[in-house]
Design a protein around this ligand. Structure first.
Ligand code: UTP
Length: 309
């Protein structure tokens, strides 16, 4: 496979802070078929916003105002969502619907949005590799479009800070039960002497299962990567499932110099999974000031009368 890459290997220099975010959103979303047959999984609504908007808002909240969405066939709705909707805005203005107009306009003003297409869904590593020209020679964040992490958790800002301080890639990990160790990348490493929430990662294994897992710490969908990752991706051969795995490229990077992991213990939803999608919807609704009070009453009533199965 040839990718149109140029060499970005850099010498350690002055500290550089990540300011660009890459959001891979070119996957097929098979776990949500048939809902994702004709619309991207990232456009599935959580209340009145598509899932991808929460992710872009999180990037903006961490000071990443340049967002590159990696898209593919059937993903045009993503571009339309973050673009101006001139006719709709005119109609809302004429009807005096100021709140809705503001909500619609805010989406297109959130960040500077850019797009690149991943011709074929060859894996997450390949999707990130497609961002090379746009990102260039600076650290950047990767946010998976189907992982929902509250902006208020401050995870991404902490990761951007650590990458700036250490000039090393930073990943986010979370403790998972044994039965989930076959679904995620799992890391091995040592806790930082000064900060118990930070790990120095020495190894990573993609979906090892309980028997071969080096720990219970699984990689979740937030990364802040130094640009030498692009050379590692270009050198990565297809791995598990015939896909170019980001975990394999990061593993090669960690072999050169340990990368850091932040142990996250806050709220995170994989909205590509139906269970998590339901939980995210209920939690977001309960917390919203306009919907929450009435919805919580409904939930209390509903659970009281829930038949035991
Ligand atoms: P997933 O494996 O969770 O997404 O990839 P998927 O393939 O869309 O979902 P299922 O398993 O078939 O339901 C994690 C993220 O990486 C992106 C996906 O869009 C998702 O945000 N991705 C994955 C790409 O952009 N390109 C790929 O080739 C693979």
């Amino acid at each position: 496979m040839t990718l149109d890459f140029y060499d970005s290997r850099q010498k350690k220099g002055p500290r550089v802070r990540a300011r660009k975010a890459v959001i891979p959103a070119a996957g097929l979303g098979t776990r949500f078929l048939p809902a994702t047959k004709a619309q991207p999984k990232e456009m599935l609504p959580l209340l009145d916003k598509p899932a991808i908007q929460y992710v872009v808002e999180e990037a903006a909240g961490a000071g990443l105002d340049d967002v590159l969405l990696v898209t593919g066939r059937g993903k045009r709705a993503l571009e339309d969502h973050f673009d101006h909707a001139v006719e709709l805005e005119r109609q809302l203005a004429a009807a005096g619907k100021e709140d809705l107009l503001a909500a619609v306009q805010a989406v297109s003003r959130l960040v500077h949005t850019h797009y690149v297409r991943q011709g074929q869904p060859l894996g997450l590593g390949h999707a990130v590799g497609c961002a090379r020209r746009h990102v260039g020679d600076e650290p950047f964040a990767v946010l998976l479009g189907d992982d929902l992490i509250g902006e208020e958790e401050g995870l991404l800002t902490q990761m951007v800070d650590i990458c700036e301080e250490t000039d090393r890639s930073v990943i986010a990990v979370m403790e998972f039960p044994d039965e989930d160790l076959g679904k995620y990348g799992v890391v091995a490493g040592e806790t930082d002497a000064d900060d118990p929430s930070v790990l120095h990662v020495s190894d990573m294994v993609e979906k090892p299962g309980k028997a071969n897992a080096p720990s219970n710490l699984c990689i979740i969908g937030r990364y802040v990567l130094t640009p030498d990752i692009f050379d590692h991706i270009a050198a990565t051969r297809p791995g598990r499932g015939g896909e170019i795995q980001l975990t394999d490229a990061m593993k090669a990077q960690a072999r050169e110099e340990p990368i850091r992991a932040v142990k996250f213990s806050g709220v995170r939803y994989d909205i590509g999974s139906k269970q998590d999608y339901l939980r995210a919807t209920v939690e977001l609704a309960s917390r919203r000031s306009d919907l929450g009070p009435e919805f919580r009453e409904f939930l209390i009533d509903f659970t009281k009368n829930l038949p035991q199965q």
